[in-house]
Design a binder for this molecule. Structure first.
Ligand code: PLP
Length: 445
């Protein structure tokens, strides 16, 4: 615990914090109950200012893949801060950590990706991709190709463009979003759609909605399609196996660029290094963040396919970039983080051992009268609560039961997240079967 954390009591921290603006927070409620003050973290446990030890089944915000408290990360960051704490990659400069990380990412990602651009967050990375998409079509002399199609309930970040790509109504309201040039189609949510077709039929039908939207808008006006391989914040929506190959075909047929937002899925979360592999996505852009540094430092990376990079590079300056693009400390941390993921075989363990074990244990919830479906892939999963298991009818108002369950977990010193009435988990990849057993004990009502 830092010296300042020791000095203050919970009430003092809360009083200092209360009037400030927090992301995705009901400030009236915050004022009433005060914030939970997290003072320390180790492995998969958080410690709060009241001395509680909390099991974090959400890896912070889907990001702390290697778990908390890794000394080697701190050592690497410390050494880099002394060696070269800051320099940029603007105006024909570079530095060793960024060059080394780019080499690593090109080796690790699908073969079409040989070019990297850096940002600080998933949101600014998606914003940058939209700018690249526009530049690409303008350089290809097809300036009408502007609209980007995405999915309802998709999440791509919080900047004006990223929130427009996203399909969260509550983020659009009051901010006059989405911005022009964005269109949305339904998410491939087999269970939520009633489950009357086979998943395979449903996957094809859900992909067909993309074709319908392209024909409605005119292919000459549509620039790209963006999607998370598995929708995370939208409820851990795992598409049927037929969905992505069909989406891929449609993008090819109508000459759309395809963007795979792997901000959550990347770096082992699904039991694969990138989820593009099992879902057979051959994208033109891949968005990476979160697991890239396991949240130890802010960093995002955009993987750009050769066919796009060739066009972008055919013109002079790409007039875009952030002061901290490719920050040396973030890049050094990312390299060490990837070393840990690989050396500790976290992806293989999530695929062969902990992922299947989690799937098996989640099945135990299925007998509960309120549990409609459980689903998982690797170490990302969901427990969907419904009013009627037969019809999949949801509760009214939607979200109330989810909030009650989330608060119940917090009381039990367990962090899960609720989307509508679905409980989500996305634990650190260093979880063992023992951690899964501990989770089951805490989560069971
Ligand atoms: N894309 C996806 C799939 C995400 O889940 C998120 C954040 O949760 C983002 C983009 C935005 O990332 P950031 O919060 O780093 O801006």
């Amino acid at each position: 615990m830092t010296a300042s954390a020791k000095r203050n009591s919970t009430a003092e921290w809360q009083a200092q914090d209360r009037k400030h603006l927090h992301p995705f927070t009901d400030h009236a409620e915050l004022g009433r109950i005060g914030a939970k003050v997290i003072t320390k973290a180790e492995g998969t446990y958080l410690f709060d200012s009241d001395g509680n030890k909390i099991l974090d089944a959400f890896a912070g915000l889907w990001c702390v893949n290697i778990g908390y408290g890794r000394k080697s990360i701190a050592d690497v960051a410390h050494a880099q801060l002394l060696e070269l704490p800051y320099y940029n990659t603007f105006f024909k400069t570079t530095h060793p950590p960024v060059a080394e990380l780019s080499k690593l990412l090109v080796e690790m990602t699908p073969k079409q990706f040989n070019h990297v651009f850096y940002g600080l967050s998933g949101s600014d990375a998606n914003d940058t991709i939209v700018r690249m998409v526009r530049t690409y079509w303008n350089l290809k002399k097809q300036p009408k190709k502007k609209t980007i199609i995405s999915r309802w309930n998709g999440y791509h970040g919080s900047t004006m463009v990223a929130a427009s790509l996203g399909g969260m109504n509550y983020m659009h309201e009051l901010a006059d979003l989405p911005l022009p040039g964005h269109a949305h189609i339904k998410q491939p949510y087999w269970y939520g759609d009633g489950g009357s077709q086979t998943p395979e039929e449903f996957g094809l039908a859900a992909a067909k909605l993309l074709e319908d939207k392209i024909l409605e808008l005119g292919a000459e006006n549509v620039a790209a399609f963006i999607g998370e391989p598995i929708q995370g914040a939208g409820g851990v929506i795992i598409p049927p196996s037929t969905y992505w190959p069909e989406v891929q075909k449609i993008c090819k047929k109508y000459d759309l660029l395809l963007i795979a937002d792997e901000v959550i899925c990347g770096f082992g979360r699904t039991g694969y290094m990138f989820a593009s592999e099992p879902f057979q996505i051959e994208a033109d852009f891949m968005t990476l963040a979160k697991g890239l540094t396991s949240g130890y430092m802010p960093l995002s990376a955009i993987m750009v396919a050769d066919r796009v990079a060739e066009v972008l590079n055919s013109f002079g300056d790409f007039n875009h970039g952030f002061t901290y693009s490719g920050h040396p400390v973030s890049c050094a941390v990312a390299i060490e983080n990837i070393r840990i993921i690989r050396e500790e075989k976290m992806v293989e363990t999530a695929h062969d051992e902990t992922g299947p074990y989690l799937a098996k244990r989640l099945e135990e919830f299925k007998d509960h009268p309120l549990v409609g479906e459980v689903r998982s892939m690797g170490l990302v999963g969901a427990i969907e609560l419904v009013k009627d298991k037969k019809t999949h009818k949801t509760f009214e108002p939607v979200g109330k039961v989810g909030t009650i369950c989330r608060d119940h977990c917090v009381k039990n010193n367990l962090i899960m997240r609720a989307t509508r009435d679905t409980m989500l988990l996305s634990p650190p990849l260093m979880w063992t079967k023992g951690h899964i057993d501990e989770f089951m004990k805490l989560a069971k009502i």
